[in-house]
Design a protein around this ligand. Sequence first.
Ligand code: HEM
Length: 80
Amino acid sequence: MATTDQGGELGFEQDIKPLFREKDRKAMLSYFDLFDHADVAENADAIMGSLAMGHMPCDGTWSEERLETLQRWIDMGKPA
Ligand code: HEM
């Protein structure tokens, strides 16, 4: 049994917000609030771009699995 259900529904509060650390949120607050659904939804393409290119966060790149989760959420229409 797969624990990560590739086809499952994703939600911001449950699946996306926990990907961001408190220090990520603090560092980026002057641009957007990574703990806020509306802010992340609005800036999702730029956020995904910086993560996928490995520019952000500065202290380590995201795993494929995390990138896929964020991309899948974007493709789903960024549900709350
Ligand atoms: C549009 C997307 C983003 C842009 C344009 C952006 C831009 C920046 C800039 C200009 C800084 C300041 C760099 C410096 O002080 O030298 C910064 C810092 C930082 N960002 Fe982002 N960022 C983006 C997305 C993200 C995301 C998605 C995360 C986390 C998942 C993140 C985590 C951080 C962290 C942790 C720092 C502080 C790094 C440090 O001082 O060591 N950023 N970002």
